[in-house]
Write a protein that binds this ligand. Structure first.
Ligand SMILES: Nc1nc2c(ncn2[C@@H]2O[C@H](COP(=O)(O)OP(=O)(O)OP(=O)(O)O)[C@@H](O)[C@H]2O)c(=O)[nH]1
Length: 204
């Protein structure tokens, strides 16, 4: 079967329970917003293909459970990620304070080359805001990360966040990609068969 993409990247969504990781993912892949909070159990994932700089990138996005009791499972996924979104809720200063803990976990378990973006979700809830945009900017800057505020509810900045992450991952892996594209795309990412394999390994 002809390949529908040039390269496969694995991205991860991390952050406290309830910050909106699942909703960000559902908005990106299905353009849907889920109102009730149904906590993710372990790890779930969805796929999406986007084109950036003429390269068709298939992104496999892992949505992790924010709850403490799943941390042993979710940490096993860090090492295979090329990009990680650190998500907090702008209406929860606690979720923002916990970003530091998420960053230290990433530093411990993810590859050194992993790209990180700080995301302040629930931008539509301005009247309940506890974390200013300035605070988000400052924290991201201190860790050398990009920063975006998003809303899964209004679809604000969701595509932008994923496109930016894809650009960062492409840039970080430029040397490897330059040698493989465009002459031999089959060496990149997963084949269709391998893609099926990815589906079957993410069932926890
Ligand atoms: N107003 C508003 N509510 C949101 C937004 N994103 C998510 N929510 C709500 O926040 C709650 C939690 O969203 P989830 O996406 O389930 O949160 P999560 O981070 O995946 O939570 P865990 O799976 O427990 O880690 C739900 O009630 C959502 O409807 C947003 O952008 N704006």
């Amino acid at each position: 079967m002809a390949k529908q993409y040039d390269v496969l990247f694995r991205l991860l969504l991390l952050g406290d329970s309830g910050v909106g990781k699942t909703c960000l993912l559902c908005r990106l892949t299905d353009n849907e917003f889920l109102s009730p909070h149904i906590s993710t159990i372990g790890v779930d994932f969805k796929m999406k293909t986007i084109e950036v700089n003429g390269i068709k990138v298939r992104i496999q996005i892992w949505d992790t459970a924010g709850q403490e009791r799943y941390q042993t499972i979710t940490k096993q996924y860090y090492r295979r990620a090329q990009g990680i979104f650190l998500v907090y809720d702008i209406t929860s200063s606690l979720s923002f304070q916990h970003i530091m803990k998420w960053i230290s976990d990433v530093d411990e378990y993810a590859p050194h080359i992993v790209q990180k973006i700080l995301v302040g979700n629930k931008h539509d809830e301005e009247h309940r805001r506890q974390v200013t945009t300035e605070q988000g900017n400052k924290l991201a800057k201190s860790y050398g990360m990009d920063f975006l505020e998003t809303s899964a509810f209004t679809n604000y900045n969701i595509n932008k966040a994923f496109i930016r992450m894809t650009e960062l991952v492409l840039e970080a892996n430029k040397e490897e990609l330059d040698s493989a594209l465009p002459s031999n795309n089959d060496d990149l990412g997963a084949t269709e068969t391998e893609q099926e394999h990815e589906y079957s390994t993410c069932s926890c």
